[in-house]
Ligand binder design. Structure first.
Ligand code: GDP
Ligand code: IMO
Ligand code: MG
Length: 428
């Protein structure tokens, strides 16, 4: 069997959690391959709302195994809280959740380093979620990190203390921040005991054996391709490979195992944190998208910046990821707009191009827009593509023809059931 992939094509928050939750019923295993508690994946069903940070979005489906892959970074304190939320909701996670021994741990001092590094950057800050993501991946690539498998060894405390001591020395080069390390550590070690209760597996063997025995596996991405450490809008990115290639390193599967790559984009665009956003709207249309779309970070609560859909950026992320199907979310948020715009090219230094410039953040990028007529009616109850107003169909078809990938699903509301399947035979 092959492994299908779901990932975001913009700057995150495209609605991955909702779509993974919807599709999870078609799979045996859902596996997160990168990122950590910087992610906030929202699921809504049966009148309830859940936000997942580290746990894969298949957790609410009975009979499905969820794997936290080796590419993920885990804060045991946040994981413990998430598990408590699941217990409250009567979700039997113990029979559904596995964690890879090779996943790295976020230490309390990683979070402090994240905060100190951001404080030192001042106006130039990345706008990180302050969850310790960057420092943890730095220790991974610097070969200093602690992994889940280490918690079962006798030398765990010693290794922890060595790394913690290195971090406290490092902290002294940054502006002073207040913290009570003793109480942070106490809570962290208590949470390690909760992590110990989850089955720790050799995730790479687990996934490959599952695929060999005919199981269907869905890989769930976090963040979005424009936040990828290599191909995103560097340096305003996260510290992992958020793209399809990250599935291979983040789960231990070979490239030829990759099956469908389902790319998700909002019908418009949002970004939270710093960095360029050529199609950002600073007017009342942007404010309306933020209000109707309730565009506040699921992890930090920060307001998300809003703007028009950016087709050159999507063409780029579709290319990098090998996207085979597209999902458009939040189309209902545009219900009241007179005109809907899509950026189809950029003017950069007097030239028109559809290529993303090397320095996405400094170049003067002026989007070139195409206008589409708005539909000015609620489409939240539409269940068949044929019942969408002509203006919606025109917009979807225009996106499809410019992106050159079939749009197989259109999401028209936050709830699990609000999904219009198109080309149903093409969806997994
Ligand atoms: P993720 O990080 O990609 O999983 O996305 P988030 O959960 O951070 O943000 C997406 C937000 O949009 C959440 O509040 C979802 O409940 C909501 N959402 C998802 N799909 C739709 C949709 O089609 N319409 C509307 N109005 N909201 C949606
Ligand atoms: P999901 O999975 C949106 C952004 C942060 C910041 C940059 C680096 O919910 O789509 P980090 O904490 O990773 O060092 O922050 O990346 N960012 C996200 N933005 N959605 C996310 O995840 C994000 N995870 C990180 O705002 O700009
Ligand atoms: Mg999110």
């Amino acid at each position: 069997m092959t492994i299908d992939v779901i990932l975001g094509l913009q700057w995150g928050d495209e609605g991955k959690g909702k779509i993974v939750d919807y599709l999870a019923g078609n799979y045996d295993i859902v596996a997160r391959f990168q990122g950590g508690p910087n992610a906030g994946h929202t699921l809504k069903f049966d009148g309830q709302k859940f936000v997942l940070h580290i746990i894969p979005s298949g957790i609410f489906r009975e009979g499905i195994t969820n794997l936290i892959g080796n590419g993920v970074v885990i804060d045991p304190v946040i994981l413990k809280k998430e598990l408590a939320g699941l217990r409250e909701a009567n979700v039997d996670y113990k029979s559904r959740l596995l964690v890879s021994k090779k996943a790295h741990l976020i230490l309390p001092t990683h979070r402090l380093l994240d905060a100190a590094s951001e404080a030192a950057k001042g106006k130039e800050k990345i706008g990180s979620t302050l969850k310790g993501i960057g420092p943890t991946y730095m220790d991974k690539t610097g070969r200093n990190g602690l992994r889940v498998g280490d918690i079962y060894t006798d030398s765990f405390r010693k290794k922890y203390e060595q790394l913690r001591n290195k971090h406290t020395q490092l902290l002294s080069i940054y502006p002073t921040i207040d913290f009570d390390l003793e109480s942070l550590e106490k809570r962290w070690f208590e949470s390690i005991e909760t992590l110990r209760e989850l089955p720790a597996v050799d995730g790479e063997y687990y996934i490959n054996e599952a695929l060999n025995s005919g199981k269907k596996v869905l890989a769930e991405g976090a963040q979005g391709s424009l936040l990828d450490i290599d191909f995103g809008t560097y340096p305003f990115v996260t510290s992992s490979n958020t793209i399809t290639a990250g599935v291979c390193t983040g789960l231990g599967v070979a490239p030829q195992r990759i099956g469908e790559v389902i790319g998700i984009t909002k019908a418009y665009c949002t970004r939270v944190g710093s960095g360029a956003f050529p199609t950002e709207l600073h007017d009342e249309v942007g404010a309306e998208l933020a209000r109707v779309g309730q565009e506040f970070g699921a992890t930090t609560g920060r307001p998300r910046r809003c703007g028009w859909i950016d087709l050159p950026a999507l063409q780029y992320t579709i290319m990098i990821n090998g996207v085979t199907q597209l999902v458009i979310t939040k189309i209902d948020v545009m219900n009241d707009l007179e005109t809907v715009k899509a950026a189809t090219a950029y003017h950069v230094n007097g030239e028109t191009t559809s290529a993303l410039p090397f320095d996405f953040n400094c170049e003067e990028i002026q989007p070139v827009y195409t206008d589409y007529e708005g539909w000015k009616t609620s489409i939240n109850d539409v269940t068949d593509f044929g019942d969408f107003p002509m203006e919606v169909k025109n917009y979807i078809r225009a996106l499809e023809s410019q992106l050159n990938v079939p749009i197989t699903m259109i999401s028209n509301g936050p709830e699990r059931t609000k999904l219009v399947l198109r080309n149903a035979e093409a969806t997994v």
